[in-house]
Design a protein around this ligand. Structure first.
Ligand code: HEM
Length: 181
């Protein structure tokens, strides 16, 4: 605990050292970038599945979506969440001290939940649709709504990146208290 000049005291909790903060921030930014990159790949695969002239290419796009996308996306989302929480708890920003951090926390949690609850369960059907394209018997309508996940995720992650850079809206609650209270 230390006393600030205006008679305000603040309890100093655990803090990341400068070196660890930088390493955590590096991992945080890399995982956020990887997450955005995976979303771009998903958008490209969905558009390929919809519009490619060659049915083999369309089939491959759907099978690749079903096979390779969800787990790397979830992994980068969870690393981003874990490093973000570490940065929040271990720096002056706090976890729910500033609005921009609290909003990013909620957005990250919502996106990770959507990956597990909405995206992942539909992937088998997408892979099967890709296989059936080759035999001429596609029967799933799920692929029509496939563009929503990357569109929602990309715009949310862009917003979260903008929050990280501009840090708007100030404090959510005061973490200081009067020495005489
Ligand atoms: C939703 C996905 C997220 C994205 C795309 C993202 C992106 C970023 C980026 C690009 C920075 C670097 C900004 C800069 O140095 O100017 C950053 C910093 C930061 N992020 Fe995130 N973030 C995300 C989630 C989170 C979460 C969940 C938290 C905490 C609950 C968090 C807390 C922080 C903090 C505290 C910093 C500042 C670290 C410092 O300067 O010491 N972020 N974020």
């Amino acid at each position: 605990m230390w006393t600030m000049s205006a008679g305000v005291t603040r309890t100093r909790l655990w803090r990341l050292s400068q070196r660890r903060r930088r390493m955590t921030l590096l991992l945080h930014v890399i995982s956020a970038g990887a997450w955005i990159g995976i979303d771009v790949v998903v958008a490209v695969l969905v558009l390929t599945g919809w519009f490619a002239a060659d049915v083999d290419v369309r089939s491959l796009a759907y099978r690749a979506l079903a096979e390779f996308v969800v787990w790397p996306m979830l992994a980068s989302g969870l690393v981003c969440l874990a490093t973000g929480v570490l940065l929040g708890v271990g720096t002056k920003w706090g976890l729910v001290r500033y609005r921009w951090v609290a909003v990013k926390l909620v957005l990250n949690l919502v996106l990770c939940t959507l990956i597990v609850v909405v995206l992942q369960p539909g992937m088998d059907a997408v892979g099967t649709y890709g296989e059936h394209l080759l035999t001429g018997t596609p029967s799933s309508s799920r692929v029509r709504t496939l563009f929503f996940p990357p569109a929602v995720s990309l715009s949310t992650l862009t917003f979260a990146t903008a929050l990280a850079i501009y840090k708007p809206w100030g404090r959510l609650r005061r973490s200081t208290r009067r020495a005489d209270s």
